[in-house]
Design a protein around this ligand. Structure first.
Ligand SMILES: [Zn+2]
Ligand SMILES: [Zn+2]
Length: 255
């Protein structure tokens, strides 16, 4: 059994077959998935999915794309929503200087505020970082007072940067890009990160791994991510899954 630590099953691309797909997870050897919030609506949907299905847990938070929609009031709403049983993380939060959908100073402000919220609530964070390597790291380092826990999702940085995050107590999550032909750096990271610091994910419906690249991504495709990393590390998929499942449950305190 595998865990997909990062899914967006509330996405409209699953509207036609969401229930069928979720009900077939177990038969496809997916033990559980974590549905990620990206704005207030999808955070709400995450909670609803987690209430409806045993094998779905919820993360709530506002993505840098939607940072300009955030106010003190939405921060309070997240605080309230976090009281729901199966809310296990704040995310995804971070910086995205590739799309710049929100002004950068606004992205930084609400990234910092949500890191503080996570510390206050004693929840781990799920970090999204694109084209903002140094500033993401600096903000996390500044916020790290020994109580901040979390994971860098779909990590795309170098081995050196991955190791710096591990020193800060963070986990590194690898997604479908590791299966792409030109993904030399991601493969180096997949090989170098200590096994007890590694998570796997799909980020579905985005970033579909080979051999399905171009199609809609699904949680079951996490097996292609697992197979590729196991191959790179020269271990069995079972051994990899044993670690990544354990790491995911430890980080998110899932029993
Ligand atoms: Zn992301
Ligand atoms: Zn995501």
């Amino acid at each position: 059994m595998l865990i997909d630590s990062h899914v967006h099953l509330d996405d409209e691309r699953f509207d036609g077959d969401r229930d069928i797909l979720i009900n077939s997870l177990k038969d496809n050897k997916i033990e559980l998935v974590i549905n990620i919030g990206a704005d207030m609506n999808s955070s709400m949907s995450s909670i609803e999915l987690s209430k409806r299905y045993d094998n779905i847990y919820a993360a709530i938070g506002v993505h840098p794309h939607s940072a300009s929609e955030m106010t003190e009031k939405t921060l309070d709403e997240l605080r309230e929503m976090s009281k729901e049983d199966k809310v296990i993380a704040i995310g995804e939060i971070g910086l995205d200087y590739y799309y710049d959908n929100s002004p950068r100073d606004i992205q930084r402000k609400w990234f910092r505020e949500q890191l503080e919220l996570a510390k206050e609530l004693d929840l781990p964070v799920i970090i999204h970082s694109r084209d903002a390597t140094k500033e993401t790291y600096d903000i996390i380092k500044e916020a790290q007072d020994g109580t901040l826990r979390g994971v860098l999702h779909c990590f795309s940085g170098s081995v050196e940067v991955a190791m710096e995050y591990i020193k800060l107590g963070f986990y590194i999550s690898i997604g479908g890009t590791v299966t792409f032909k030109n993904a030399r750096v991601v493969r180096e990271v997949a090989e170098a990160v200590p096994l007890d610091k590694l998570l796997i994910e799909t980020d579905c419906p985005y970033l579909t791994p080979e051999p399905y690249r171009g199609k809609r991504n699904e949680p079951m495709f996490v097996k292609y991510v697992a197979e590729k990393i196991a191959e790179i590390r020269g271990i069995s998929v079972e051994e990899l899954a044993k670690s990544t499942n354990k790491n995911t449950k430890e980080l998110f305190r899932i029993k």
